[in-house]
Design a protein around this ligand. Structure first.
Ligand SMILES: [Cu+2]
Length: 506
């Protein structure tokens, strides 16, 4: 309060108004209804009168693309046509899920209009759908945000019209019961209601939206995974993702920019449950519009994006390299998938940063171009045709993400810290012990190739049985180890076994 008073005195001294109590600052009667509200007075509703000119069909885009700026100086009638499609899509490498989508993607199509526009909204529900759906747009002023007027059975279409009174970036989502389930299945997206003068020009705009997903199987458990209502109610997601599937924003699908450019991210959070601590590793947001509102914040490291909320973040790129988009509730990034890449190309800027890539530090197996071998192995296992070579190929990819930080990519370990897996005497004595070690960890004195180690390896219980089998087979068949094969069933048995009892046998 003291600070505010001080500012008020300063402003008064400078002859400026601006310290009225909120109740006294409602729009003055001299403000004409058709005038453009100033950027600082975003609380004014933007009714700029009836739509002018011919109706316009909105350009909708799939993530991570954003439609071009509206670039118009008058209100118009804008027709939006959005179709709900229920479809099976990958959620992770070799894992599929039946998503319910607005426009065929998760998140749904990006919609962009101008404040004051009259939006004629057509919601179609594909004839192939099994469920009815509707839409609640947070940018709508009116009961249910459109939900009550848009309940649409499979094969039907509904229509409603609203005036986009408030500028900002808004979430839309399905609000058909059970609402949580419709959202968890991917039914959300963003609508941008541009200020009348548009947003400042930038070099790149991208659309990123977080969501949490609940499958009956474990993270990365292969095959088709159904929705798990129990986990959803417990708010215990299997996946936390940007743009609906693991890898949506990595490898050749990474976002792109060059050095010395400005990047604007429209970042939404569909939930249904989690709040996002959105962060880009190696960047500082020059500006953020927290919660999608009109206040502009500067120099932000991590911005909180509530479930059913959105933010606009902007930054300038100085140094080339890979910048990692994460939910900084960090297990979600590395163990549930909430990770994307912005790849910035251009000349080094050694005065600002000395160089060296971030990929291997942060990315593990996601730094690999793809995890195809893992899918191949899973499919072959299901078909009963899994070969040792397929297991080795899959295991090699997974080893990078899980074991190589300590044992190194070449299996040599680090002298006196991490024992070698190459030509390991432990594995020569008892090849199958690797399964036990992976799932239950290892601690205390152990002699490997004549050197004693007395350290701790944490258990890797996050791995699926498939992954344990394939990593084990890869290690046993690499770097002069004795060979052999680990099966998924052996992994399952070792997981269930009491580790102390098993250890006593040795
Ligand atoms: Cu729905």
């Amino acid at each position: 309060m003291k600070g505010l008073l001080f500012v008020c005195i300063l402003l008064a001294a400078a002859g400026l108004a601006g310290c009225n109590a909120p109740s006294a600052s409602s729009a003055s009667p001299t403000t004409s209804a058709a005038s453009t509200p100033s950027a600082t007075d975003g609380s004014n509703k933007g009714d700029f009168g009836p739509p002018q000119g011919e109706p316009i069909h909105a350009v909708l885009t799939s993530p991570p693309q954003v439609p071009p700026p509206v670039n118009r100086d008058h209100p118009a009638k804008v027709i939006v046509e959005l179709e709900v499609v229920e479809k099976e899509l990958p959620i992770s490498e070799g894992v599929t899920y039946t998503f319910w989508t607005f426009g065929g993607t998760v998140p749904g199509s990006f919609i962009r209009v101008r404040q004051g526009d009259t939006v004629e909204f057509h919601l179609k529900n594909s004839p192939d759908s099994k469920m009815p759906h509707n839409i609640d747009l947070h940018g709508v002023t009116g009961p249910g945000g459109g939900a009550a007027s848009s309940f649409t059975a499979p094969g039907h279409e509904s229509q409603f019209t609203f005036k986009a009174l408030n500028q900002g970036i808004y979430v839309y989502h399905c609000a058909t019961a059970p609402v949580g389930m419709h959202i968890a299945n991917g039914m959300y997206g963003l609508i941008l209601i541009e200020p009348p003068q548009g947003l400042p020009k930038v070099d790149h705009e991208y659309y990123v939206m977080q969501g949490d997903f609940y499958t009956t199987g474990k993270y990365r458990e292969k095959g088709h995974q159904p929705f798990d209502m129990e986990k959803a109610i417990d708010e215990n997601p299997t996946y936390v993702l940007f743009n609906g599937h693991e890898g949506a924003l990595t490898g050749d699908k990474a976002l792109a920019a060059k050095t010395n450019e400005t990047v604007r991210l429209f970042v939404g959070n569909g939930g249904p449950n989690l709040v996002s601590s959105f962060h880009v590793i190696g960047e500082i947001f020059d500006t953020v519009r927290p919660e999608g509102g009109t206040v502009v914040q500067h120099n932000v490291q991590t911005t909180l994006i509530p479930s059913g909320g959105a933010a606009i973040v902007e930054f300038h790129t100085e140094v080339p390299g890979s910048y990692v988009l994460v939910d900084h509730s960090i297990f979600r990034a590395f163990n549930k998938g909430a990770l994307g890449i912005l790849k910035v190309d251009g000349p080094e800027n050694l005065a600002i940063y000395s160089g060296k890539e971030v990929d291997s530090v942060y990315l593990g197996d996601r730094a690999e171009p793809n995890l195809k071998a893992v899918t191949t192995a899973a499919k072959a296992h299901e078909a009963g045709t899994l070969t040792k070579d397929e297991q080795i190929a899959a295991g090699k990819q997974l080893f990078t993400g899980t074991c190589s930080v300590c044992h190194q990519a070449n299996g040599e370990g680090l002298p006196s810290v991490f024992p070698p897996l190459a030509k390991s005497s432990v594995l020569a004595d008892d090849p199958k012990r690797i399964v036990q070690i992976m799932l239950h960890g290892l601690s205390g004195k152990i002699s490997v190739n004549g050197t004693e180690y007395n350290s701790v390896m944490p258990p890797m219980t996050q791995l699926t049985d498939d992954e344990v089998a394939n990593i084990g087979t890869f290690v046993l068949n690499s770097w002069g180890n004795p060979g052999g094969r680990i099966t998924k069933e052996e992994a399952a048995a070792a997981r269930a076994a009491n580790p102390n009892a098993t250890q006593a046998e040795h």
